[in-house]
Design a binder for this molecule. Sequence first.
Ligand code: LMR
Length: 329
Amino acid sequence: MMNLKSLLFILAVALSTSALAQAPIVIKFSHVVAVDTPKGQAAERFKELAEKATKGRVKVEVYPNSQLYKDKEELEALQLGAVQMLAPSLAKFGPLGIKEFEAFDLPYIFPSKTALYNVTEGPIGKGLLKKLEPKGISGLAFWHNGFKIMSANRPLHAVSDFKGLKMRIQSSKVLEAQMRALGANPQVLAFSEVYQALQTGVVDGTENPPSNMYTQKMHEVQKHLTVSNHGYLGYAVIVNKKFWDGLPADIRTALEKAMADATTYEKAIAQRDNDIALDMIKKAGKTEVYNPSVKEQAEWRKAMMPVQKEMESRIGKELISAINKEASK
Ligand code: LMR
């Protein structure tokens, strides 16, 4: 007859193993922007959809605003498995050794959103995400922010207005070349450091889509802004490959569906959010919002277009011409 002690022991083991078995799979999703941005909202939407689709077997913890990791650290944390999901800017994969993603930073490479989607939703985009796998990373989707605007504490109308300005950029060699082509001095800074660097004059200006400018209050420390749309900022949603491949198949399928739906949602809100943000910047009345003339736009384009040629050896001539071909469809 089994004694009470061993009975209790067996019961305890049974309870703990079932509790362990029932503990949700946790996905830590870290990112550097505010919640009320296209990426911030899509991350929250993914959390909602993923937890619903898996009936709570998965718990998504979203950490916005560089709460957990800044730009550079977050990619290392993903590779180590300290976090499971990120959505870094396509401009930040160079340090990981995947320079091809910097093609998205090339000035004027996307004449329209359709051209952009032809690339991100077509074979070029899929091929680029595949390049992440040898780094222990799986690419799930492309998310969008929008076309960038330029800001500084002096008017940016002519190319000569950039002369000698210290301009903050993301960690991309293409953006470095772009700022040099304008006569400015590029300075790489983590996103979470930009507001303070602008406020204290460590840098004079920067570039970003309106949704990032507004939600980081950059407009409050920038007197002038030019709606240049000279380049694009987007994201790759990525996961730790070992973690993702190790998921139960039904869970992975449910998460892939949730990601697909969150991606459709993100695409639908991106432009709207940027339009609202530009409006809010105008209404705040602290920044002169300037729309360059056709002549000025042509001058900017003439100054920055040579960057495409200059970057062929880094990014790959074939990839740049494939994107230009896709974009011209
Ligand atoms: C930046 O560093 O300016 C952006 O990449 C931030 C972001 O993720 O949108």
